[in-house]
Design a protein around this ligand. Structure first.
Ligand code: NAD
Ligand code: ZN
Length: 248
């Protein structure tokens, strides 16, 4: 562990423009289970595909039930040492952008300014109409479900309202994808932290960074799909690895 920490510190301090790319693994030490580890979310339930959300009232209600449950989990979670260390690196200007697959909002809550966070899969704190984009808070959505015993519809156009999270099969957010592509082109160090790197297109960014000449570092407990492409693979607890990097 101490060797990995030393190497990480060295790589970060010699970088001039680093990108941090995170997955569910960075938040497990904050009490939010990841997807693919034993006990992870997938071992307990099937994902809801976007087409099913569109087609089935039952799928919509199930999606909402899970959002409400996660809202509690996310609200109770506190950013951990790794979130804080990354916020410090952003603050000091070493890390230009934090690209995340997470929807828990913990990077922002650890102090990374919103404009430095690129949320590829959305954020599980609010909802919007799929047709006109009109926003709806979770509390209002919950009250509507209670009152009408059906998934909430938009008060403006009647369209389906959905949490602002990207489900499997749903199109990626265009702005975020473009921002991420730009950031990846310009970086000299790319840190992929806590992701199994199997969900595309997000998992394409580490290889894109490498193709643009960046040093690729993977920090993860288990092997990932892209370990072979990385310049360095650091195995272990993400919290422990980043603890000494805490700046504030
Ligand atoms: P994943 O579950 O596929 O992979 C997580 C990886 O993190 C695993 O390889 C695991 O070995 C590693 N890991 C877990 N805890 C660790 C720790 N403490 N230290 C070191 N390594 C650790 O997650 P993914 O690659 O992000 O892909 C899953 C998808 O799930 C994403 O699209 C994301 O949107 C979604 N998701 C998000 C959250 C969240 O917002 N916190 C939680 C679960 C799933
Ligand atoms: Zn609408």
């Amino acid at each position: 562990l101490s060797e990995a920490r030393a190497l990480l510190g060295e790589l970060v301090s010699s970088a001039s423009r680093a990108i941090v790319f995170t997955g569910a693994g960075i938040s497990t030490e904050s009490g939010i289970p990841d997807f693919r580890s034993p006990g992870g979310i997938w071992s307990r339930m099937e994902p809801i595909y976007f087409d099913d959300f569109l087609a089935s009232e039952e799928a919509r209600l199930e999606d909402w039930r899970r959002r409400f449950e996660m809202r509690k989990l996310f609200a109770e979670a506190v950013p951990n040492a790794a979130h804080r260390a990354i916020a410090g690196l952003v603050d000091s200007g070493i890390v230009s952008d934090v690209i995340t697959q997470n929807i828990d909002g913990l990077h922002q809550r650890s102090g990374v300014p919103q404009e430095r966070v690129i949320e590829l899969h959305g954020n599980a704190t609010s909802a919007a109409c799929l047709d006109c984009g009109h926003g709806m808070g979770f509390d209002d959505a919950e009250a509507l479900i209670e009152r009408e015993a059906r998934a909430p519809r938009c008060g403006i156009c009647g369209g389906l309202v959905k949490a602002r999270v990207i489900n499997f099969g749903q199109a990626m957010p265009i702005d975020e994808m473009e921002r991420a592509e730009r950031a990846v082109r310009d970086c000299d160090l790319f840190l992929a932290i806590g992701s199994s790197l199997v969900v595309y297109p997000a998992a394409g960014f580490p290889l894109a960074a490498k193709a643009h000449g960046a040093t690729l570092v993977i920090v993860n407990r288990d092997p990932t799909d892209q370990d072979d492409a990385a310049d360095h693979v650091l195995r272990g607890s993400i919290g422990a690895m980043f603890e000494p990097l805490t700046v504030s």
